[in-house]
Ligand binder design. Structure first.
Ligand SMILES: [Zn+2]
Length: 440
């Protein structure tokens, strides 16, 4: 079954099911999942006993609200195996999130969990038009991070030819695209941009390349950066959403009819949108914190995981034919937010603003300090060759214009440093945009 935009619906029976049928599937799976967590994970059993709720009390989907939330702290406190619900002999894979502070979060998968994951990834790849005939160059690193293996096995499951390039060595990446005829590139958006620029510098004409699709992940991708990569590399790029704590990539993905919104695999994930402060549910369409309950997890069942990601969700029909709810691209992980002199600043907003200013690239780096006693934010912005002026006055005026434009959106005035093209470090994995040097 193919929709107008050539995005293929992998499993139409489920992906196009009626809303009523989706809810039936979700309720049956939720009841099973709650029983599983209660019976096999002491932490859930104790919390539910304290709250006076038993697995049999879950009679409708709304009853999910009677269950305890799970957050990152619980996952850290039970490190490494405290929330596992099956004997370790049944676990066939471990992954972990990179802990920026303290211990990482460790998650496990049974064979069944890996099958569900592969199906979710195959769906999001199909949404971007990927088929079994594609040659997929994997430029994520493998390792504990869920992105590499998750996307690898999902695309292999579809029958794609996998090229496990792994991250780094950009010259070799370009050689592989050219020699092996890669048609799909899996990368972080910032690394895809780096490959694009390196290719241009090496004289590659991207319009003649075999590459046609970019599957992005691992870090947020602004619409502006995506558009830039699409036009310069002559490919279609889609983004997907997921997090290690509930599975990894593949929770939701972008179809080609509804760009910038992502269909949630609702037969595998129950979503809620709650007020981030109170945890109370919000009506459909309002922006709030995404809370996810995976519905098929055997090794690592998680109930009501608080993602700290802000989004809004609609169950309105989509032009592609899929009936699964769509979430807006997450506005930000609330974790990434900086508080500068009492104002919330989202680094992704800086990238959006820069994309709208002629003469600068979307590459930036933020340093925050409080040496003078007050929070001070310095944004280094890379010039494009056309943004360079030979007179000092013109450069000063341009710097001021960039600072003014940023101030209008951020509501905090940054110091702006314009730097030479190509001088901001390009990362081969997740880009670190912010250095917070403030002393408490
Ligand atoms: Zn759609």
């Amino acid at each position: 079954m193919t929709s107008l935009n050539n995005d293929t619906i992998l499993n139409p029976d489920i992906e196009c099911a009626s809303r009523e049928r989706i809810r039936e599937i979700q309720l049956a799976k939720l009841q099973r999942q709650v029983k599983h967590a209660y019976a096999n994970v002491a932490w859930y059993r104790e919390r539910m006993d304290e709250m006076g709720v038993a697995p049999d009390d879950i009679k409708t989907l709304d009853d999910v609200r009677r269950l305890p939330f799970t957050d990152k702290t619980v996952l850290r406190d039970t490190y490494p195996y405290g929330l596992f619900a099956v004997p370790l002999d049944d676990v066939v894979r471990l992954h972990a999130s990179s802990g920026t502070t303290g211990k990482p979060i460790v998650v496990g998968y049974t064979k069944g969990d890996l099958d569900v994951w592969a199906e979710c990834i195959a769906r999001i790849a199909s949404m971007a038009g990927v088929t079994s005939r594609d040659r997929v160059q994997m430029s994520f690193g493998y390792g504990m991070f869920t992105g590499g293996f998750g996307l690898h096995y999902g695309c292999e499951h579809m029958g794609c030819m996998m090229i496990p390039a792994s991250s780094g060595n950009t010259e070799r990446q370009l050689m592989m695209i050219n020699d092996y005829g890669s048609t799909v590139l899996i990368a972080t958006p910032s690394y895809a941009m780096h490959i694009c620029e390196a290719g241009e510098a090496a004289g590659i004409d991207w319009s003649k390349s075999t590459l046609r699709v970019g599957l992005f992940g691992g870090e947020p991708c602004t619409p502006a950066l995506k558009r830039e990569i699409e036009s310069r590399m002559h490919i279609v790029c889609t983004d997907n959403y997921g997090l290690t704590e509930v599975m990894g990539p593949g929770v939701s993905g972008e179809c080609l009819s509804s760009r910038h919104q992502q269909h949630i695999a609702e037969d595998h994930f129950l979503w809620e949108i709650v007020d981030p402060k109170t945890g109370e549910p919000l009506p459909e369409g309002e922006e709030g914190e995404l809370v996810l309950t995976p519905l098929d997890k055997e090794a690592f069942p998680v109930l009501r995981y608080r993602t700290h990601d802000l989004t809004r969700i609609t169950t309105e029909p989509c032009a592609c034919g899929r009936t699964h709810a769509r979430m807006d691209k997450v506005r930000t992980r609330t974790d990434d937010m900086l508080i500068i002199r009492g104002t919330n600043v989202f680094p992704s907003e800086i990238e959006d603003v820069l994309a709208g200013i002629e003469g600068v690239s979307p590459h930036y780096h933020i340093v925050v300090d409080n040496e003078t006693g007050l929070d001070r934010m310095t944004v280094s912005v890379e010039l494009l060759p056309e943004g360079m002026h030979d007179s000092f006055e013109k450069m000063e005026a341009f710097t001021k214009r960039v600072a003014d434009t940023l101030t209008n959106t951020l509501l905090v005035r940054p110091r702006v440093k314009l730097v030479q093209p190509g001088t901001i470090a390009r990362s081969e994995g997740k880009t670190k945009h912010v250095e917070d040097l403030r002393r408490k």
